[in-house]
Ligand binder design. Structure first.
Ligand code: FAD
Length: 363
C-alpha cells in the first residue's frame, strides 16, 4: 500500500520536506499551497530571504542541532548541483558589544560571539585580529558560507519533487483537516504535514498564538558586494540591521535590513530603505564606484517579508486534529533555510512514526 502524504505549504519548509519524502517511491506526495515559487506575497516568507547560512541557534538548543545538520546538505548541493542556485562566499561578521539587548543584537548574539559553536562546522573559520578592526567593532570573524538565490532554489526544489512523482496543487484552506481530503489519488491522506509558516497563527485546527512576525525590509540591487557581511546592529534603531549578500547565478545583491517584531506592514518604508542603502555602502564600499553614495546603486526592487517567529522556537512535532494525523514543521523565524534540512529530516522521521503506527493498527 502506498503512503498518501499531503504537505500543506510550498515555502522552503514544505518543499524541503516534500523533497526528502518524495525520494522514497512508497510515498505518494501532494503539495498543496496558496502560494508557490514564482509568487511574491507578504504571506509567503521564503522568496524574500537572502538567503544565507549564518547560524543563530543557541548552544545546546534544538535550533542549533537543526542548523548544524543543515550545513552538510547545503554544501553538497552547492558542490554537486550548480543548477540549484547556491554558491560559496567568503563571509565576515562584526560584533559591537553595545548592540546586546537590542532586537537585532539578540538575534545575532550567537553568530557574532567570539569562538562560536559553528566554527567547527563551516570551513575556513578564523577570528580577525583586533588591529585590523575599526574602532567601533569589538570582534569579528570570517568563514566560508553559502548564499542561496531563492528565485532559483525554490523552483529547483519543485522540479526535484515533481521528478520524484510529487503532485502540486493550489488551494486555500480554512482548516488543517481539509488537507486530508485533498490527496491527488482521491484517497484520504495517511498524514498531513503542516508547513504554513506564519499562517499557522490563523489556520483552523492550529491557531498557534505563539506565532508572530519579525518584519524584514530589503533592497535588491544589481551592484556586486563581494564577500557577505553582517553586523550585530546599527546606530539607527534597535531593530535595524546591516547585511549584504550577493546571490548566486545573477540573482543580484540583497541589502538588509530590519528585524521588527510584531510589525505586519507589507509596504517598504522609503526612509528605512535609504538607511539600509547608506549603511550597506559603509560596510561594503565596493558596492559603488569611489566617491559615490546611494545614487551609485542600481535598484532591482524593494521588498518586505515577515519572518515566521514562534515563542519558544519552531514546532516540529506530531499532533492529531479531528482524527487527522498531523506533523507540524513551522515557526522558523529568520533561519528557515539554514535549518531547513535539519527540521525537514526530523519531520520525515515523525511521518515515518505515524505511518508505522497506522500499519500496526491495521494488523
Ligand atoms: P513560508 O515561506 O511563508 O511558506 C508558507 C506556505 O504555506 C506558503 O506556500 C503559503 O501559501 C502556504 N499556506 C499558508 N497558509 C495556507 C493556507 N491556509 N492554505 C494553503 N496554503 C497555505 N532564513 C535563512 O535561513 N537565511 C536567511 O538569510 C534568511 N533571510 C531572510 C530575510 C528576510 C527579509 C526574511 C523575511 C526572511 C529570511 N529568512 C532567512 C527566513 C526564511 O525566509 C523563513 O524562515 C522561511 O522562508 C519560512 O519558510 P516556510 O516554508 O516555513 O514559510
Amino acid at each position: 500500500m502506498p503512503n498518501n502524504i499531503v504537505i500543506l505549504g510550498a515555502g522552503v519548509s514544505g518543499l524541503t520536506t516534500a523533497y526528502l519524502l518524495s525520494k522514497d517511491a512508497a510515498n505518494k506526495v501532494t503539495v498543496l499551497a496558496k502560494h508557490m515559487p514564482g509568487d511574491y506575497d507578504i504571506e509567503y516568507a521564503s522568496p524574500w530571504a537572502g538567503a544565507n547560512y549564518m547560524p543563530t541557534g543557541k548552544e545546546g538548543s534544538k535550533h542549533q542541532e537543526w542548523e548544524r545538520a543543515t550545513w552538510a546538505p547545503l554544501k553538497e548541493l552547492t558542490e554537486k548541483h550548480p543548477e540549484a542556485g547556491i554558491h560559496f562566499l567568503n563571509t565576515v561578521v562584526y560584533n559591537r558589544k553595545k548592540d546586546q539587548g537590542s532586537a537585532t543584537g539578540d538575534w545575532f548574539s550567537e553568530l557574532v560571539k567570539p569562538n562560536p559553536w559553528y566554527k567547527d562546522v563551516v570551513p575556513n573559520f578564523k577570528s580577525i585580529p583586533d588591529g585590523k578592526l575599526d574602532a567601533e567593532m569589538d570582534n569579528a570573524q570570517e568563514f566560508t558560507s553559502v548564499c542561496i538565490n531563492t528565485a532559483v532554489y525554490l523552483p529547483w526544489l519543485v522540479g526535484q519533487c515533481a521528478k520524484n512523482g510529487a503532485v502540486f496543487k493550489r488551494a486555500v484552506l480554512k482548516h488543517i483537516t481539509e488537507a486530508a481530503n485533498a490527496h491527488h489519488s482521491g484517497q484520504r491522506a495517511d498524514v498531513v504535514v503542516n508547513c504554513t509558516g506564519l499562517s499557522s497563527k490563523t489556520l483552523g485546527g492550529v491557531s498557534d498564538e505563539k506565532m508572530y512576525p519579525a518584519r524584514g525590509q530589503i533592497v535588491v540591487v544589481r551592484n556586486d558586494a563581494g564577500p557577505m557581511c553582517s553586523t550585530s546592529g546599527t546606530d539607527d534603531g534597535p531593530d535595524e540591521a546591516v547585511y549584504t549578500m550577493t546571490r548566486a547565478v545573477g540573482g543580484g545583491t540583497i541589502l538588509g535590513g530590519s528585524y521588527q517584531k510584531h510589525n505586519w506592514d507589507p509596504l517598504p518604508d522609503p526612509n528605512l530603505a535609504n538607511r539600509i542603502m547608506k549603511r550597506a555602502i559603509q560596510v561594503a564600499p565596493q558596492l559603488v564606484k569611489p566617491g559615490q553614495g546611494i545614487e551609485g546603486l542600481d535598484i532591482i526592487r524593494h521588498g518586505v517579508g515577515l519572518r515566521p517567529l514562534r515563542e519558544g522556537g519552531p514546532r516540529v512535532e506530531k499532533d492529531e486534529v479531528g482524527g487527522v494525523q498531523i506533523v507540524h514543521n513551522y515557526g522558523h523565524g529568520g533561519f528557515g533555510y539554514q535549518a531547513s534540512f535539519g527540521c525537514a529530516n526530523e519531520a520525515v522521521s515523525l511521518v515515518k512514526e505515524v505511518l508505522q503506527s497506522k500499519t500496526r493498527a491495521k494488523l
